[in-house]
Design a protein around this ligand. Sequence first.
Ligand SMILES: [Zn+2]
Length: 245
Amino acid sequence: MPAQTWEAAIGRQLAQEIERQYRILPDPAVTGYAKGLAGRVTQSAGLNVPVSLKILQDGEARVFTFPGGFVYITTGLIARTETEAEFAGVLAHEIAHLKLQNGYYSSAGAATSVAPPRVFIGCSRWTLNSQIPLTSLAELRSREQEADTAAIQFLRAAGYDPLGMIEFYNKLRYDEPQLAQTWSSDNLMMLHSYVEESVPPDPEFIVNTAAFDAIRKRFLPEPKRVPSPANRPTLRKVSSPVTLH
Ligand SMILES: [Zn+2]
């Protein structure tokens, strides 16, 4: 069986597992918006596999990408990105894995003679440190860097400011250090220089849109209401004014 068919079969299996673990968001407006954006980036990437994008209802910011074009994004991720350029950046990075067929590999099947020794199973950026074998860390970092470099070009072609992607990953690195091992601050600085050298600034680049803000607002945590002094309940009723005679 050709390696790509193996990968697609494994991708389908992993996608089914995700759909068992998570609830798919039943909101066509959000899904439609995200699919439109993914379509734009996919087209710029010249990806010839159709992307099946689904939104998972989960407060944690997570992304899962599997061979065969399966991409899952949590509502927590939508809330965590602050602009459409950041959100498009995350999608472009995942689409780059699909295009390059690189990223996190599984050695599943290595023992059999028919399976390829390694099968691409997605992005390691969202894999917890504890699940990453340390020996492959340097290799994973270089794969992630390759995906980022490709994503920068896809974003540029799709009309998005590629710095949004780097800004988002930089924030995430500090906010969620348990996810941060597969990319270093050096990686991000190199990417920043790469953008400065290879992408001329363009005032037409999309940074944010009202459509993104409206979608994101649905998933932001409720702000904590701190009662203002005037609204605080009083312990005693105000006594009726005393009439002096
Ligand atoms: Zn990745």
